[in-house]
Design a protein around this ligand. Sequence first.
Ligand SMILES: NC(=O)c1ccc[n+]([C@@H]2O[C@H](COP(=O)([O-])OP(=O)(O)OC[C@H]3O[C@@H](n4cnc5c(N)ncnc54)[C@H](O)[C@@H]3O)[C@@H](O)[C@H]2O)c1
Length: 337
Amino acid sequence: MAGSERRILITGGAGFIGSNFVRFVMHERPRWRIVNYDALTYAGNPANLADVADDPRYEFVHGDIRDRDDLVHALSGCDSVVHFAAESHVDRSIADASPFVSTNVLGTQVLLDACRELGTIERFVHIGTDEVYGELPLDRPDLKFTEQTPLKPNSPYSASKAAGDLLALSYHTTFGLPVVVTRCSNNFGPYQYPEKVIPLFVTNLIDGQKVPLYGDGLNVRDWLHVIDHCEAVLAVLERGELGEVYNIGGNNEQSNIKLTHTILDLIGCGKDMIQPVEDRLGHDRRYAIDSTKIQSELGWRATRSTWPEALAQTIDWYKSNESWWRPLKQRTSPTVA
Ligand SMILES: NC(=O)c1ccc[n+]([C@@H]2O[C@H](COP(=O)([O-])OP(=O)(O)OC[C@H]3O[C@@H](n4cnc5c(N)ncnc54)[C@H](O)[C@@H]3O)[C@@H](O)[C@H]2O)c1
């Protein structure tokens, strides 16, 4: 598959991970053609892919995954789908769950039906999240999420993502649609919308503003560099077994307070720049991913998620790309975490 010509429809390719994936695939698989199908919500940004916009191998289609007719048209001639499009910010799902159910559940179903109707899709990679597993206790560092861990999502975001995962898998079982599901831990890297914790904190500090830290700061996340994630998705697209789920993690657990201290150190700010804020409702305590399956079956390994070097490089990217994030930041309250 790697050397052959393919035409891939990527949903949500104008967002953080999707745009990194488009650029990564165009570099790694120069004979492939990419259709980026994106509704350009507040999180979708054509500037994320300005460097490839004129490449003849790349096509942008402004469309919504809830629109069947637009989808069928865009999918014509495509042999694979990588489905990133989603509402992705937990805090927004707590404020209003409706767009999350609409895009992440209904939109996924419309997309699955469009693929089924066409009958030409050889592979459908559904991008999920580790948050569908719920939370792990802080006092059991030996426990990690495996693909067998029961789903127990705690936020409207993760519940809507779990519903999308299960719909995708059901289309494999019921209709034989060639679905593979991935479940990934927290990503960091370039082009992440500055409402998410790392770009929010970095851009606040560049502007001399404090960083809002939830609750006691002890919540733990497993941080993965976005290009490590892109490599894993490409491996699943090319070699993943149909009907299977693959967990993807960075083996890089950090508490929010430790993450904050590292960012403060790397930027040269003191702890007085931390502004404690009331905890997020239903805030999951700990996520940790067991990536044994994708490592042993597909030979994937995270190689770019070394801490704090990869975090320092990411901070440098935001320092060097103020013209990218300033217009976004003006649209977002600097204290939203
Ligand atoms: N960011 C993370 O740390 C992380 C971790 C694990 C999994 N994921 C999953 O990866 C995927 C991408 O996440 P992200 O952080 O890049 O998200 P993002 O919010 O940066 O981008 C989402 C993209 O989807 C598009 N979109 C939203 N609704 C749409 C619709 N109805 N139709 C078409 N396009 C629509 C947006 O315009 C945007 O370009 C999501 O499915 C998310 O659940 C993210």
